[in-house]
Design a protein around this ligand. Structure first.
Ligand code: HEC
Ligand code: HEC
Length: 297
């Protein structure tokens, strides 16, 4: 008798669980069906992705911007960019970009670059050499604007105020312009500069203190500036493979040579420490605006 009751209860219970499971399946099916009709909203998609473990956002700003804005290609308005350009510390400690790049007059605005308006941003630097600072609709990682925000001037720790018109800079420039050969000029006047402290400014370490072999660590970017072959091989030859290594010198093309860019271009805002995050969330947002076409409205 007792056993019998127990049996019935057990059966009922199983039945209950069974129907609950069926209801759940039906509900889920309904959900899928509804989804087919109407695309998920961004917020619904986010919750879905979190449940599926597809969201990698950490609690830090960079992770959240990458995951929630960049990956989802949220349209960035010029109003957002305009605010960033006028806000101090927006890309790491320092004055607002538009404070120093305030109009097209090179007597009043550095490089005649107007970062205070959308038109000015698109036009670029109006002082010679006049140039655009990005190409709308393309990945701007290597364009002037974004590399000024990401690339530290070398030797790492060099102040933004270092003059770059000294004979040593001129020797490197001539070597690249003339075809970056392993010639007498390189052996006598250029190669040794990379192995010497203070060659590109007072109290600066030798390039080879940090770029001495193809192994990282200790050599940053697996870049070997000790020899001509090492320089021409370029960066990250172990990680990417010799054929895909990042060329840092393009013979005859000064402006495209990363080594030259890193020597003469100051990271913005001026005076920012090289220890500050190179992948600042605001830089990701600015890059996304450019990729999306740099629209002014
Ligand atoms: C305190 C003044 C100051 C601030 C603030 C400043 N800049 Fe500059 N910027 C300069 C100076 C000076 C130069 C020219 C010297 C040089 O090349 O480093 C320059 C050059 C540049 C160039 C190079 C243009 C070219 O044609 O090569 C870009 C791009 C740039 N700045 C972007 C920015 C951005 C973006 C910000 C905001 C994060 C910013 N700047 C903040 C002073 C400033
Ligand atoms: C104190 C260490 C240090 C010194 C000294 C140093 N670098 Fe670097 N270098 C770095 C670090 C860290 C990076 C990567 C981060 C960055 O770009 O800011 C780097 C990146 C570079 C890159 C970019 C490589 C790529 O993959 O695009 C070049 C080119 C470069 N350095 C050249 C030089 C030259 C030329 C000198 C000497 C004038 C020099 N470095 C001195 C630490 C150093």
């Amino acid at each position: 008798m007792f056993n019998h009751v127990q049996k019935i209860t057990k059966q009922r219970l199983l039945g209950l669980i069974g129907s609950a499971a069926i209801t759940l399946v039906v509900c889920l099916a309904g959900q899928v069906h509804a989804d087919e009709k109407k695309p998920r909203t961004l917020a619904e998609q986010l919750i879905h992705d979190v449940r599926e473990g597809k969201v990698k956002a950490n609690s830090d700003d960079a992770g959240a911007v990458q995951e929630l804005i960049v990956r989802r290609n949220i349209p960035i308005t010029y109003q957002t960019i305009n605010t960033l350009m006028h806000t101090p510390n927006a890309f790491g400690p320092g004055a607002a970009c538009a404070t120093c790049h305030t109009g097209k007059d090179p007597a009043k605005s550095y490089r005649g670059l107007d970062l205070s308006t959308c038109k000015g941003m698109i036009e670029g630097s109006t002082e010679e050499p006049k140039r655009a600072i990005f190409q709308a609709g393309t990945d701007p990682k290597r364009d002037i604007l974004i590399r000024r925000l990401r690339n530290n001037r070398m030797p790492l720790g060099a102040g933004f105020h270092l003059p770059s018109d000294t004979p040593n800079y001129a020797a490197v420039k001539k070597w690249i312009v003339d075809g970056a050969k392993d010639d007498e000029h390189f052996k006598k006047n250029v190669g040794p500069l990379f192995r010497k402290a203070n060659a590109f400014g007072p109290n600066t370490p030798a390039c080879t203190a940090c770029h001495m072999s193809n192994q990282e660590p200790p050599s940053f970017h697996e870049l070997n500036l000790r020899t001509h072959a090492g320089i021409m091989l370029g960066a990250d030859s172990v990680a990417k493979g010799v054929d895909k290594a990042t060329k840092v010198v393009i013979p005859g093309d000064l402006d495209a040579s990363f080594l030259w860019q890193h020597l003469v271009e100051d990271r913005m805002p001026p005076g920012i420490s090289p220890a500050e995050n190179r992948d600042h969330p605001s830089t990701s947002i600015l890059s996304l605006w450019i990729k999306q076409g740099a629209k002014c409205d």
